[in-house]
Unconditional design. Structure first.
Lengths: 659, 460
């Protein structure tokens, strides 16, 4: 037997795909072993009347197909500091992404269209941002400089976002450790993307320009769970300030994940904090796999510089028809290109994320960079009998060897060149390991390629706006009114013996201050306050939906009323449902609706002996408790608000006699 | 000596001296509010003198109040060096030779991200680096005539430009492009239309409303459109080529004497007034909208008349305008006055005596309309007739700025007011038209249902 090259033995052809470590299987030791680190960039919209740089009202959202006019733009890459264009940006430009903005008069003016310079910065937003920067314990800057941060994806019609640093170097305290904050900036929100197909990307301009703060942490989180917790604490702090918006899309986070030997990969636009752990885990595992691929390629290919792809158009009509039959959406004019990836056999099928393989890394780039639509390629590492003839044809055509992998893609003729460059570039990046990129999170806890991570030199001073001095004296007034930090709130909740399952809801919705105020102003028991706000109100919201006229102030008035009327506090619960539903109603009318009658203790007591007699007629059980339960049931509607249920219970037990 | 405290003033400089730092020092500052580290940036002289600006690691700039600084430590020094990359502009056989004349507008430029200064790209190599598409259109040469902002363009520059155009035509260039700031682009266009006559090749003026350092800039597309128009169009006239709609779609080629900047910031700011544009240009195609224009020729004859009387004024009339305004112009030796009158070309009676005095002193007084659209019709009302009897000459449908430029040009040639009148009222290049087409005035009103429907259907 002749000698066989060892590297050829390994994997080539027979390489088995290793199963991915699932999120549920992973424990802290895994993250420690791979050197997992994670940082967050939390974007939180501020609650202001107007947008940041113009006088359009903030947060008037339109439906995707609702618009008064459209404009079309292209984003042209500008020179980097070193005088070079970013390679991928230029590639993207070559394929000419047409960006369409849908404008609605009610939410956009010429500023959103980038047809007018910015107006002076919204002072309300600045004050709120300063206050928040203090809560994150950052050092405030003395002068705010508006900077342009470039984006070529079209999410901002100007091609850059206006943003400025308010504070640097702060921290938040988690129960077990501190997380450092790099900086807090005040910036304008971007457009909402509503479609991205082929060469056209469509945005609405309604969200564009809404003021938001971005809180950037150091990569201090060492497990995915810690990242979620930090996210929660950041949200608690924002919410407790009463200066931010809530609701869908009002807070979004980017999650930066890296492992030792990997690269910082940014997962953009994570809409829910609860998605963070699994997304971060899957990204870490993806990096582990990519590093393994790198090592494998290192064994197979000794000189990556000499590595390259070979391609040729497939013209065989039968073959093309077979593909068309399987993928109905392929455009008429598409070109079909077969190509060989030397010594890549088996690697395309390597799983990188649940349900995704290395081939998807290539396909996603084809979709984004070369603007190819939908499913646009097949490869030889999948055992599909339909395509085995096809790939043996390609192999013959391009003289592929056994250890090579093959791809066949289809694209409009103008996009073929960019597509080929894109494929080769992604494969070359595999030799290095983990490419620097931003990825978009999908609800299935996985991510897809979004774009190449922009370099650090995309910041420019904004020549349209002058630096703004920060008035510290004014800012210092806030200090006293700052709410206490989340960890302090949690320890107070524990002292008050409030059930742990309510803690998250209370902090998330900034209910702590209200529970505290009810306690200090009315001596209202915190456990009752927590239940009233954390359970009853939550349930009422779920039952009746939003109630625009309702505010938490109404609860204070309600408590005041119940105390003034010397009613038992248990009446608050049924009353709150009705108050929430009809906030304008007089409390006395609400009592009427509940059929409440003020009755004396004596009257209730007198009813008990009567009911004892009645019970004899209706009784079916000999159990002693049955009598008490029945009488309680009869008296409950009458008693509620007049005496507490505990008091009623004692009375019934004693047959109406006093203690 | 090099300025190591760029833009900083007294208090800041003494502080910088005290801690031995300079612009571009990498520093760690301790302030009463915390620590900051970054690179010291130059400061704009317009900004106050109480702050030090540093660029922190994330690329953001922040300002630190001088009075909050406790101590500064210099950790290093990193001066920014910036240059625009040059790539040799490739020569293609068979492509037209185009000359680009620069006046200082930032048609292609790059912002120095550290200082905020705009560095214009101008040599063919720099332009090729910034807008490589130009090489597909022509063989480009460039010449930098001045480096001034649009508002500093005036008669002296018009004359230099006219001579440079003549030279380029004689040298055999097949089209001329002029890079220009947008604010006074239409003044220069009008001046060149009068100073340069019978050009055998297109003379296209172009600029940008959004500087080219931003990804959404209109600069590159405007330049591509203008260079294409200069190389391939048949229009041997002075024209302005700028965005048609605000969308990145087609450019419009406006006649130099009928164009006006109509919005302070929109990309589609240039409009032809009182007529329709000459042509549209888009994706390597020119669609002619008008037929009556001077056609391209292969000969090299061109006539230039680079003259200009600087003592000409334009007066925008308003109710209660005091007569002494006119008197003071006359007292200061003005030779010509263009009035932008109300309505069909009117001013109020109290101004009559001063106008009469001016005319008697030999000042040429012309009437235009501040409505911009429409002709002066001074026979319709008594006011108009009175003014004409005083010697005010209606300037037909010349735009006020165009009439001003033309009067300066005419008085530059002669003070004989009869000859001046003949020059003024004989159309040179469409500044006066015989008729105003029905679609020469279309200012749509938003809110009207059919207009809203149109806007929904077509990119603005």
């Amino acid at each position: 037997m002749s000698k066989i090259d060892k590297s050829e033995m390994q994997g080539v052809g027979s390489r088995s795909v290793e199963p991915l470590l699932s999120f549920k299987q992973a424990d802290p030791s895994f993250y420690k072993a791979i050197g997992f680190t994670c940082g967050l960039e939390v974007h939180q919209q501020l609650d202001t009347k107007e947008k940041l740089f113009c006088h359009c009202p903030a947060r008037r959202y339109q439906k995707p197909d609702e618009f008064d006019g459209e404009i079309l733009r292209h984003m042209r890459p500008t020179l980097s500091e070193l005088g070079e264009y970013d390679g991928t940006a230029l590639m993207e430009f070559k394929t000419r992404k047409e960006i369409v903005y849908r404008l609605q008069n009610s939410s956009a003016c010429t500023y959103e269209m980038d047809d007018t310079p910015p107006f002076t910065l919204n002072r309300e937003a600045l004050q709120k941002a300063i206050s928040l920067a203090k809560q994150f314990k950052t050092s405030l800057v003395d002068e705010l400089h508006i900077t342009r941060k470039q984006y070529l994806d079209g999410s901002i019609p100007a091609g850059f976002q206006r943003t400025g640093i308010v504070g640097v170097e702060g921290e938040i305290t988690l129960p077990h450790k501190n997380i450092r904050i790099i900086q807090i900036s005040l910036e304008e929100d971007s457009c909402r993307q509503i479609a991205d197909r082929g060469h056209t990307r469509i945005f609405t301009t309604d969200r564009l320009g809404i003021p938001l703060i971005e809180v950037v942490t150091y990569p201090d989180m060492k497990t995915p769970q810690e990242a979620e917790l930090a996210g929660q604490y950041i949200r608690y702090i924002c919410r407790s300030s009463n200066k931010v918006r809530s609701g869908i899309g009002a807070a979004r986070q980017d999650v930066n994940v890296s492992i030792v030997g990997g690269t910082r990969v940014e997962i953009k636009g994570v809409a829910h904090l609860r998605w963070i752990p699994e997304l971060a885990h899957n990204e870490a595992v993806r990096q582990v796999v990519l590093l393994r691929l790198r090592d494998e390629l290192g064994k197979r290919i000794h000189n990556p510089k000499r590595w390259g792809i070979r391609h040729q158009a497939v013209t065989d009509h039968l073959m093309i028809q077979a593909i068309r039959d399987k993928y109905g959406h392929i455009v008429k004019q598409a070109a079909f290109i077969g190509l060989v990836l030397p010594r890549f056999k088996g690697l395309l099928a390597e799983a990188t994320q649940p349900g995704k393989s290395f081939a998807n890394e290539i396909e996603e780039r084809l979709q984004v960079i070369a603007c190819l639509e939908g499913h646009c390629m097949i490869h030889s590492d999948v055992n599909d009998p339909i395509f085995s003839t096809l790939f043996s044809h390609v192999a013959k055509m391009l003289k592929a060897k056994k250890q090579d992998a093959m791809i066949l893609f289809w694209a409009p003729k103008d996009d073929v060149e960019t597509a080929l460059e894109t494929i080769e570039e992604r494969c070359r990046l595999a030799f290095e390991g983990v490419p620097k990129e931003t990825r978009k999170s999908l609800p299935g806890k996985i991510t897809v390629f979004e774009r190449v991570l922009p370099g650090p030199d995309r910041m420019y001073p904004d020549t349209d706006s002058a630096p703004i001095p920060i008035d510290h004296e004014n800012a210092d007034d806030f200090e006293d009114s700052l709410p206490s930090e989340p960890y302090k709130q949690i320890s107070q909740l524990k002292v008050w013996q409030i059930p742990k399952d309510l803690h998250h809801h209370i902090l998330r919705h900034n209910l702590f201050t209200h529970i505290n105020r009810l306690y200090t102003d009315y001596n209202f028991p915190p456990t009752m306050g927590a239940k009233l706000l954390g359970q009853t109100l939550k349930h009422a919201i779920r039952c009746f939906g939003p109630s625009p006229d309702f505010s938490l102030e109404r609860i204070y008035e309600l408590v005041q009323f119940v105390i003034d009327q010397k009613l038992d506090l248990a009446i608050l619960k049924p009353m709150l449902y009705l108050v929430y539903k009809n906030p304008q109603d007089e409390f006395s009318d609400i009592l009427k609706k509940l059929h409440f009658k003020k009755v004396s203790l004596n009257k209730i007591r007198s009813k008990i002996s009567q009911l004892c007699d009645d019970f004899k007629k209706v009784r079916r059980s000999k159990e002693i408790e049955a009598k008490k339960r029945w009488i309680m049931g009869q008296l409950r509607p009458l008693a509620i608000g007049n005496i507490s249920l505990a008091q009623l219970s004692t009375l019934v037990e004693r047959g109406g006699a006093d203690a | 000596m090099r300025d190591i405290y760029k833009g900083y003033r007294q208090e800041a400089i003494s502080l910088m001296k005290k801690f031995q730092i300079r612009v571009w020092s990498e520093i760690l500052i301790t302030t009463v509010r915390g620590e900051f580290s970054g690179i010291v940036l130059p400061r704009s002289e317009k900004d106050d003198e109480r702050h030090l600006v540093i660029k922190i690691a994330s690329g953001y700039n922040v300002g630190i109040a001088l009075d909050s600084i406790v101590t500064i430590k210099e950790l290093g020094y990193r001066e920014a060096h910036y240059h625009i990359p040059e790539k040799e502009f490739p020569f293609s056989k068979g492509k037209k030779r185009i000359k680009l004349l620069g006046t200082g507008g930032t048609i292609a430029s790059r912002l120095d991200y550290r200082t905020g200064a705009v560095i214009p790209a101008f040599s063919p190599g720099e332009l090729y680096g910034a807008v490589p598409e130009l090489a597909d259109i022509c063989n480009l040469s460039t010449e930098k005539l001045f480096a001034v902002f649009s508002e500093n363009m005036g008669p002296a520059q018009y004359k230099v430009l006219a001579k440079a155009i003549e030279e380029a035509v004689v040298e055999g260039y097949e089209g001329i492009v002029i890079g220009h700031g947008t604010d006074t682009m239409h003044h220069t266009a009008a001046a060149l239309a009068f100073m340069v006559q019978q050009s055998p090749v297109p003379i296209v003026i172009v600029g940008s409303q959004r500087s080219s350092d931003r990804p959404s800039s209109d600069a590159a597309l405007n330049l591509i459109h203008a260079v294409y128009t200069a190389a391939e169009s048949d229009i041997a006239e002075v024209s302005v080529c700028m965005f048609g709609p605000t969308s990145d779609e087609y450019g419009l080629i406006h006649r130099g004497t009928r164009v006006r900047k109509m919005h302070s910031s929109y990309r589609s700011t240039f409009r032809t007034i009182g007529d329709i544009p000459l042509a549209m240009v888009h994706a390597g195609k020119i669609k002619y909208l008008q037929k009556g224009y001077n056609k391209r020729r292969s000969d090299r004859t061109i006539s230039i008349m680079p003259t200009f009387e600087e003592k000409v004024a334009m007066v925008y009339y308003y109710p209660n305008m005091q007569a002494d305004i006119i008197d003071s112009l006359v007292a200061n030796g003005y030779k010509g006055i263009v009035i932008a009158g109300t309505g069909l070309g009117h001013v109020n009676k109290p101004v009559y005596p001063s106008i009469e005095r001016a005319i008697k002193k030999g000042v040429a007084v012309y009437m235009t309309v501040q409505t911009l659209w429409g002709f002066t019709h001074m026979f319709v009302y008594d006011t108009g007739r009175d003014l004409m009897s005083l010697g005010v000459i209606p300037a037909e449908n010349m735009l006020p700025e165009v009439a001003y430029v033309k009067l300066g040009w005419a008085l530059g040639q002669t003070y004989d007011l009869v000859k001046v009148k003949k020059l003024m009222l004989t159309p040179v290049c469409g500044e006066i038209t015989d008729r105003e087409p029905y679609n020469g005035y279309l200012v749509f009103q938003g809110g009207v249902p059919e207009v809203e429907e149109f806007i929904r259907k077509h990119h603005k």
